[in-house]
Design a protein. Structure first.
Length: 238
């Protein structure tokens, strides 16, 4: 079943209306949508020579939630989530470059903040995904309210802001942000009925756990980050 369903990363979608401005990054005004990031906004130093960086340090993640969010989240869950995201990044990046513990020459320092965490409403999510396309009225609700197609309020959301610095000077090399929300079915029906059904099935499996959509987003971000760094360095992502 897992091989048939895939990783489940296609059951989250970027929502620019929910991008955060937590103060973690240096300049939000210069962030722009990317052609490669599936909705992610980024900026990079136009003089960046990524090939001079051959190691990466992933700093300890910080959590900067919206007002009122932290009260409803178990601290144990936060540790589980940050540990999972860190592990996903290490797994994605390690094949192309060593993940180190100290900054230095040739090291790019990655800083990550989780800035938005809303767990899945499990009961509502399971009820809403039991039958594919069963909630016909919701099919257009995402678009009508400014949310991505296929999304519903109870499927959870997670946001991150990411910064890359030089391991010696500390100069900012690049910055990104994104907020991903869960969706019940394929927003892009160009993939055909099979693709839409796969997204629904993956979504149904993910609806049983409060943070599964967050983990899907982490997997997506880790994969895209590794692919983009490899592209800039002119190497294979691994």
């Amino acid at each position: 079943m897992p091989a048939l369903m895939g990783s489940g990363t296609d059951v989250t979608a970027s929502d620019p209306t929910r991008f955060t401005d937590s103060g973690f990054l240096s300049d939000y005004a210069r962030l722009k949508p990317t052609p490669w990031g599936e909705g992610i906004e980024c900026w990079r130093d136009p003089h960046l020579d990524a090939k001079q960086y051959h190691k990466i340090l992933i700093s300890r993640m910080v959590v900067m939630l919206k007002p009122g969010q932290q009260k409803g989240i178990d601290p144990t869950d936060l540790k589980t989530l940050t540990d999972y995201f860190h592990g996903a990044l290490v797994k994605a990046l390690k094949p192309q470059m060593p993940v180190v513990e100290k900054p230095g020459r040739g090291v790019v320092v990655m800083r990550v903040a989780l800035t938005n965490l809303v767990p899945t409403g499990v009961a509502e999510s399971v009820a809403g995904t039991l039958v594919p396309y069963g909630f016909i009225a919701e099919a257009g609700s995402g678009v009508a309210t400014g949310r991505p197609a296929g999304s519903t309020p109870y499927l959870g959301e997670t946001g991150m802001e990411m910064q890359f610095r030089d391991g010696v000077s500390g100069a900012v090399l690049g910055e990104c942000r994104d907020t991903e929300i869960g969706r019940k079915y394929a927003a892009d029906l160009d993939a055909g009925a099979a693709g839409a059904a796969q997204t629904w099935a993956s979504g149904y499996l993910n609806s049983f756990q409060s943070w599964s959509y967050a983990k899907n987003a982490f997997d997506k971000w880790a994969s895209l980050t590794a692919q983009r760094i490899a592209e800039l360095r002119g190497v294979k992502p691994g």
